[in-house]
Design a protein around this ligand. Structure first.
Ligand SMILES: NC(=O)c1ccc[n+]([C@@H]2O[C@H](COP(=O)([O-])OP(=O)(O)OC[C@H]3O[C@@H](n4cnc5c(N)ncnc54)[C@H](O)[C@@H]3O)[C@@H](O)[C@H]2O)c1
Length: 358
């Protein structure tokens, strides 16, 4: 068994509660430090997740704890200098998305990683969720034919009462990013579109960014984007839709192909596949209803089972971390490569480009 890697975390906020249980339990990692600007947060997290020590200064943690891997889990506008410091100290970095505000900044950090001969990985966790893995497998098996459309839709009450993005007494730093609050989500949309379209070369991009709710705080609260480009087998249409006005909260992903279509919802996991009937026969309307109803009931049971197993939307994150640590231990490239990171960051840039604005 390869020896565990010395791991540390900077940023003991909400998302750390998804990283730290992995680091506490994994045989691939020894949690040597947790750093946060708040000494109380650092101390409590260190005690709760059995870290060797808590810190309030990253440079101090890097010198004293000598981590081989650092997870950067602070708000996006802080990532650049923190990631750079870790890479220059010779540590691999797992950085939360969005790693950088622009593709140029992402490229600069990847260059620092390459210069220091360490890996820099952005968290693309939803690629590792069961349903997305299953969608990818269906595509690769040719079950839905050539991919023609990928449709991603998120509805989330970011302006609702209780949303931390809408709190005027404590302005969330994400508002300073180029896409404002939507920058918290677009990286997910971009890597999912790239992955499920079979790496389409998005030659035509148009994006309507709106602030339907108005006011100064939100740059945008709505996105409606269309992308078109070839993927080798033909032209693919991509669609991104974000709304904070529709209910309930959803994160649906649908892939349509020449032979069928498959859909899932990452917030309410299920997988529905509509394809040619076995044997290729058209069924009578009544038999069609029975077959479709049985299929939906099955999806409902599976969804309920997932809820019982507490298989929440973040279940892909520990799988992403495990495969990243496995690769680092074996001195192999991690599963999220610089190419994945740059393809997603460039797509976000394209969506924000004034020329693409509707
Ligand atoms: N992958 C996902 O699905 C997912 C989900 C939620 C959040 N995120 C990302 O995770 C990152 C953090 O989000 P969050 O919701 O956990 O934020 P948060 O505000 O809950 O926590 C951030 C923590 O970082 C600390 N911090 C800030 N600057 C620091 C610094 N310079 N040094 C040390 N500590 C510092 C803060 O004190 C705070 O405890 C963001 O990039 C966000 O987009 C990713």
């Amino acid at each position: 068994m390869t020896s565990p890697l010395r791991a540390a975390v900077i940023g003991a906020g909400a998302i750390s509660l998804e990283h730290l249980p992995f680091l506490q339990q994994s045989e691939r990692a020894n949690l040597v430090g947790i750093c946060d600007l708040s000494p109380v947060s650092a101390r409590i997290a260190a005690r709760r997740f059995d870290a060797e020590a808590g810190y309030t200064d990253l440079a101090h943690m890097l010198r004293q704890a000598l981590p081989q891997v650092v997870h950067v889990l602070t708000p996006p506008h802080t990532h650049g200098p923190l990631v750079r410091l870790c890479l220059e100290a010779g540590a691999h970095v797992v950085c939360e998305k969005p790693m950088a505000a622009t593709a140029d900044e992402a490229q600069e950090l990847l260059t620092v990683a390459a210069t220091n001969k360490v890996h820099l990985v952005e968290n693309h966790n939803y690629r590792f969720n069961d349903e997305v893995v299953a969608l990818k497998a269906l595509i690769e098996q040719g079950r839905i034919g050539d991919v023609c459309e990928v449709d991603i839709r998120m509805a989330l009450q970011i302006r609702g009462e209780g949303s931390r993005f809408a709190d005027l007494s404590n302005i969330h730093p994400i508002h300073a990013m180029p896409a404002g609050v939507l920058h918290d989500f677009v990286t997910h949309f971009a890597y999912l579109l790239n992955e499920l379209s079979g790496g389409a070369d998005w030659q035509r991009v148009s994006a309507a960014w709106s602030n339907h709710g108005g006011g100064e705080l939100f740059k945008f609260d709505d996105l409606d984007a269309t992308l078109i480009g070839p993927n080798g087998a033909g032209q693919v249409h991509g669609r991104i839709r974000f709304s904070c006005r529709t209910s309930p909260d959803v994160f649906s992903v649908t892939v349509r192909g020449t032979e069928g279509q498959a859909s899932t919802d990452i917030f309410h996991p299920f997988l529905e596949v509509l394809g040619p009937r076995p044997g290729g026969e058209q069924l009578t309307p009544i038999v069609n209803h029975i077959v479709n109803g049985t299929r939906l009931a099955g999806a409902g049971f599976r969804n309920f089972g997932q809820k019982l197993l507490q298989h929440g939307p973040y279940h892909g994150l520990s799988r992403f971390l495990d495969s990243t640590y496995e690769a680092l231990q074996a001195d192999q490239p991690p599963p999220v490569t610089p190419q994945h990171i740059m393809a997603a960051a460039s797509l976000v840039d394209r969506l924000l480009d004034q020329e693409a604005r509707l």
